[in-house]
Design a protein around this ligand. Sequence first.
Ligand SMILES: NC(=O)c1ccc[n+]([C@@H]2O[C@H](COP(=O)([O-])OP(=O)(O)OC[C@H]3O[C@@H](n4cnc5c(N)ncnc54)[C@H](O)[C@@H]3O)[C@@H](O)[C@H]2O)c1
Length: 364
Amino acid sequence: MVVDSIPHIIESALERKLPTKTDYGIAFVGCGGIVNYGHIPSYKANGFNLIGGYDINHEAAEKTIQTHSLKKLYTSLDELLSDPMVQIVDIAVVPEEQRNVVTKVIAAKKPLLCQKPFSINYAHAAEMTSLAEQAGIKMAVHQQFRWSSIIQATRAIMNQGWLGDILDVQVQVSIHTPWDMWPWIASQPRLEVLFHSIHYLDSLRYLFGDPVLVTSRHTKNPAQKAKGESKTITTWDYSNGMQILIAICHFDWSPALYSLFRVLGTDGVIEGTIGTNYDYPDGRSDTLKFTSREHSEQNFSTTLPGKWIPDAFYGPMASLMEAIQTDSEPLTSAKDNLGTLRVVEAAYRSMSEARSVSPSEIIV
Ligand SMILES: NC(=O)c1ccc[n+]([C@@H]2O[C@H](COP(=O)([O-])OP(=O)(O)OC[C@H]3O[C@@H](n4cnc5c(N)ncnc54)[C@H](O)[C@@H]3O)[C@@H](O)[C@H]2O)c1
């Protein structure tokens, strides 16, 4: 039964819900772009206890420590791991390096948060997940888009029954992505789904669950320097007939860029924008327009507070802290992330084999 008004639902959905204890000592492994403009600003805004960092590029670590007035500059991973002040390890290295770091952090028995993609190899992701489980260590993945305003507001409106049964979902993004922000990405054979759409895929699983079939087609701009695909169209089919479309283009030169999110239900529709995409990583705030089929007095349009980057970044860390103190599963646990990697891998298999693929086909 519908009981709460849309503005009130949105307001309470966007209230920060932090765990009781948030003063775990956090240290960074990898002190590159995203740690500086995503992790640290968001963690600081939420009062988290930042200790220091390590990077194979000493200058990157030094600059990060100085810029954000952190306490400790580590000169090796071993030094960081043997520091008792470090209670959570936050990894943001290039994906090929993540498994080596994860293995050492688990051996040191410290809880850890990995960056997305958790792994570019599904078997390695499954292996890391088992390793952490066997060691009894909490491990999560930084799929922070789930904590963006548009996703949290949509989930709350949907859970309160205002949308009815979901019929159709669309993520349509046509933007100009500055791939040169990530020099290591140019050589990746798999680009768009694995590094960008993975955010949508993860949040769509969070909102609507896993699809039964994934169908995906990929292409690129002939003039691009990067090796991997930069335009993809993916559809998800559910057993009840619901479909999701994720259509993403990264080489739109025009001034008419768009970044749209739409959920059509039997009783209401949400039309939103994902603001960060308009000018990454600065971007804009998300917007949301709700239209009710029967209750026009509830029709509501707003600019949501905050921005995906950096404001959503506190989420996976807060969830990991909650899991540590209540001995529960983080929302974006490694185990849950295997589901996200299965839909990623299903998209690539769909493309290479020109057929629809069930995520259940993706096994080690
Ligand atoms: N929204 C998001 O969640 C988001 C956004 C951007 C990047 N990322 C992810 O974050 C990770 C880092 O991306 P970035 O943009 O910060 O890249 P970056 O190149 O700016 O930084 C990576 C840093 O890791 C360091 N590094 C590499 N191997 C290391 C190792 N073994 N030990 C310690 N340091 C090491 C490098 O020297 C570099 O400073 C990537 O996996 C990327 O996919 C996530």
